[in-house]
Design a protein around this ligand. Sequence first.
Ligand code: TUI
Length: 314
Amino acid sequence: MIKSKICDMLGIRLPVIQGGMAWIADASLAAAVSNAGGLGLISSINAGTEAVREEIRKCRKMTDKPFGVNIMLQAPNAAEIAEMVVEEGVKILTTGAGSPAQYMEMWKAAGIVVMPVVASVALALKMQALGAAAVIAEGAESGGHVGEIHTMALIPQVVDAVDIPVVAAGGICDGRGAAAAFIFGAQAVQVGTRFIAAEECTVSQYYKDQILKATDISTIVTGKTLGHPVRSLKTVFSKTFAKMEADPSVKPEEILAYGTGALRKAVKEGDANGSFMAGECAGMVKKIEPAKAIVDDIIGGAEKILAQAPGLLA
Ligand code: TUI
């Protein structure tokens, strides 16, 4: 069995945290992952603050296990969400795409365990100083908003820099990735892309089909010129976006307008012209299965590899 102190801190059985994927991570997926022994998360990017409140209440009815909420800090309603989660008695938060500094005092006073997602050592140290319970170090293999450094180099550097537990994220979707993360010193893994293919994930069938069809080179990062790099599947939408960015005659406002609402279109409507955010490991996701099978495969696979590891020594 993989023993990890962070499991006690979060009240979970297995060190697998589901990604707080925008528009995707709802009560259905979060409850399934939590019921499987991992930590399910609800995304704050949904149809407004009240819709997220409803998801939290729904999730409570679907599981008696701990679950959390991910707050996307660049969202226009981030401050409203930050207060709503306190009102709702949420016990675990993750944050992404910015620094949660302005909310930390309020959350800590409410006894909330906060695990900011960081993409650099500097931010990990800042989060530790602000009282984060752990950091989720996310490498640029991940889907959605990405940093600059990749998992293999990021995790050991963050582990060396901080004294709080580190969760590894970005490019991890099976036992091999999880085993590597534990070897690097991470205490848990965060997995997003593979959970899109969970039976309990409510995204459009078209989105799931695109993940299953993906290969190793199916993703692209766009948005660098806008200061907001995002990894998604290569589609007509993302390739057009990239062409607009490369064309000096296209204004940033036009590019932004082209991208507005694209993720919601992909998730909710299965619109082929939407943005299908996915990590580089999409090419390793081969079937639709229950969230429990995914959690068990990741942990079971890691245990098998780690048990065999001494055999590598001569
Ligand atoms: O947040 C994410 N991934 C996301 S958020 C998102 S929502 C979206 N919707 C439409 C278009 C674009 C995005 C999709 N994917 N991951 C966590 C993460 N945070 N990765 C990297 C960071 C990060 C980056 C810079 C955290 C902090 C930061 O700077 C902090 C500072 O100092 O301000």
